[in-house]
Design a binder for this molecule. Structure first.
Ligand SMILES: *Cc1c(COP(=O)(O)O)cnc(C)c1O
Length: 208
């Protein structure tokens, strides 16, 4: 597994470079949802320190099973009542999209690092705050003492033009709000994200 994964990381770094990004500056978040603790161990063994999970239960089970834990990033839909259990584990909360969640994280994990998730594509079923509401959420996070590091967004599956528009909007918004981290780009739209100014791509199927 480690051997294949090392090759996968190399491929991802090559794709980042081909899209005009610096592979030493665009970080790779290894997304291990659906895989066991061994995938996380493999990620750590090839130098990927940051690992993303979508589901609270899965993250907690893997964390329990591991001797050495990565820097966990929570990237899935987050219910407020899961924050308490996750608080000791999570290094970065990437899917913060409403004021109640800002409040709960500030209470359970004071000073924690968060990203505000933006829904820049207008799809109703998708997580994320509307771009209009993002400045308020960022302000609330800062006021609550959280380390608001940046924005996160997901593109539109199968729609290059809409994804490109969304990524550019997210980066412009991050610029406006002086937020350095832009977590955009997955396996299928990595190049679009890097060209728009991604600082972190979240890769699952491209690695595992
Ligand atoms: C699953 C997931 C990823 C990884 O997607 P791949 O297409 O497997 O690279 C990234 N971000 C989020 C929010 C996800 O849910």
């Amino acid at each position: 597994m480690t051997h294949d994964l090392a090759a996968g990381v190399e491929r991802v770094r090559d794709r980042i470079a081909s899209a005009g990004g610096d592979p030493d500056r665009v970080r790779v978040l290894a997304v291990t949802k659906g895989f066991g603790p061994d995938a996380v161990e493999a990620a750590l063994s090839v130098g990927l320190r940051e690992v993303g999970e979508n589901y609270a239960r899965e993250l907690l089970d893997k964390a329990e099973a591991l001797e050495v834990e990565p820097d966990w990033h929570f990237i899935g839909r987050l219910q407020s009542n899961k924050v308490r259990q996750l608080a000791e584990r999570v290094a970065c909360w990437q899917s913060v999209d409403r004021a109640s969640l800002v409040g709960e994280i500030a209470k359970r994990a004071p000073g924690a690092r968060i990203l505000v998730q933006v829904n820049a594509t207008g799809e109703e079923q998708k997580g994320g705050a509307s771009p209009m509401d993002v400045p308020d959420l960022v302000g609330r996070g800062r006021e609550a003492g959280l380390d608001v590091a940046g924005l996160m967004a997901v593109g539109v599956f199968g729609d290059t033009a809409a994804t490109e528009r969304a990524f550019h909007e997210v980066v412009a918004l991050a610029d406006e709000l002086s937020l350095p981290e832009r977590s955009i780009g997955m396996t299928d739209d990595l190049e679009l994200a890097v060209r728009a100014g991604s600082t972190m791509v979240r890769i699952g199927t491209g690695l595992f």
